[in-house]
Write a protein that binds this ligand. Structure first.
Ligand code: CNA
Length: 299
């Protein structure tokens, strides 16, 4: 696909905006808001890309509607589609992308404020980004709980059940992970439709938002970079619209989405192309190419 770097009246490209921000501001900090698009090059399909997205591929699971795989009421009735998907997506099978490592390099160089991620693949942490910077807004596979009594369980228990499927004459069967206290179903702490986002997501965003609002008063400068997301799932999708007008927003994606489309601002930047290509171009401008390659090679 042709790369389009729209400049909307300002003379900088998106890549230059991000690279210059880092070069020119010793205290400059970036808030990344990311989605499934940063992990597609790792081999994990996103939800909504036509033909390759998970929703396109879910027909084999006989779901009443595609989102049912992440619907808590549906899971209570039939956990099998989620188990089938979990088996495909389980962390440990994938290597972080160039974009994950670019965010890690931002941390290494003191330019990372936060990574808000909708992804459940834990690749930000696997890229080495310190936990305090990563907000997994939709949870992850890392911990598990009973959906009836909330008892917490170690990752390994659910993992072992997901990985011991049986092939029967009726197809694939799983032995579902059940709570040893109440026999309720156990599921990873991934936020399903109909469940609340974790408290720390809202608490951290409130604090970061305060910093953005007070930028004028402090020594730090901030830039918001939205990457690889359709901005279709709320409340995460509303984060870019809450960013104060004075803060520049950049979007790196295959398409213009969400608030960048509905309520575009003069100081928005858009790079139309792959997230890994953007990572390489930004690294080139910053002389980070070798480190980026090293992270990728040594993983
Ligand atoms: P989505 O709705 O599938 O949107 C993905 C977006 O990324 C689309 O706008 C694509 O055009 C764009 N995109 C895809 N590949 C690339 C690429 N290589 N370069 C640039 N842009 C690209 O996914 P969202 O993250 O917006 O939706 C939120 C859901 C997806 C969350 O609840 C996640 O849990 C869920 N999800 C997570 C994963 C994962 O953990 N890797 C995978 C699939 C879905």
């Amino acid at each position: 696909m042709a790369k389009l770097d729209e400049t909307k009246g300002h003379n900088l490209t998106t890549i230059d905006r991000i690279a210059n921000f880092i070069n020119d501001n010793p205290n400059g900090k970036i808030i990344f808001m990311v989605g499934a698009g940063i992990s597609t090059s790792c081999g994990i399909p996103d939800f909504r890309s036509p033909k390759t997205g998970l929703y396109h591929n879910l027909s084999k699971l006989n779901l009443p509607f595609a989102e049912a795989v992440f619907d808590i009421d549906f899971f209570k009735e039939n956990p099998k589609p989620f188990y089938t998907l979990a088996q495909e997506l389980y962390p440990g099978k994938f290597k972080p992308s160039k974009f994950h490592f670019l965010m890690k390099l931002c941390e290494d160089n003191g330019h990372l404020q936060r990574v808000y991620t909708q992804n459940i693949d834990t690749l930000e942490r696997q890229a080495g980004i310190e936990d305090k910077y990563v907000i997994e807004a939709h949870g992850s596979f890392a911990s598990n709980h009973c959906i009836e009594c909330n008892k917490q369980f170690a990752m390994e228990y659910f993992k072992s059940k997901v990985n011991t499927k049986k092939i029967t004459k009726d197809g694939v069967e799983f032995e579902y992970a059940k709570c040893d206290s109440c026999q309720g179903l156990i599921k990873p702490n991934i936020v399903f439709f109909g469940e609340n986002l974790p408290k720390f997501f809202f608490e951290t965003w409130d604090k970061d938002l305060e910093l953005l609002e007070e930028q004028e008063k402090g020594d730090d400068n901030y830039l918001v970079v939205v990457v690889g997301t359709s901005l279709a799932v709320y409340p995460f999708a509303s984060l870019p619209s809450e960013v104060p007008n004075e803060i520049d927003r950049s979007l790196i994606n295959l398409e213009v989405v969400g608030d960048f489309k509905e309520d575009p601002r003069k100081n928005d930047f858009f790079f139309k192309g792959s997230t890994d290509e953007a990572a390489e171009l930004i690294a080139e401008k910053l002389d980070w190419v070798e480190e980026l390659q090293r992270y990728s090679d040594e993983y």
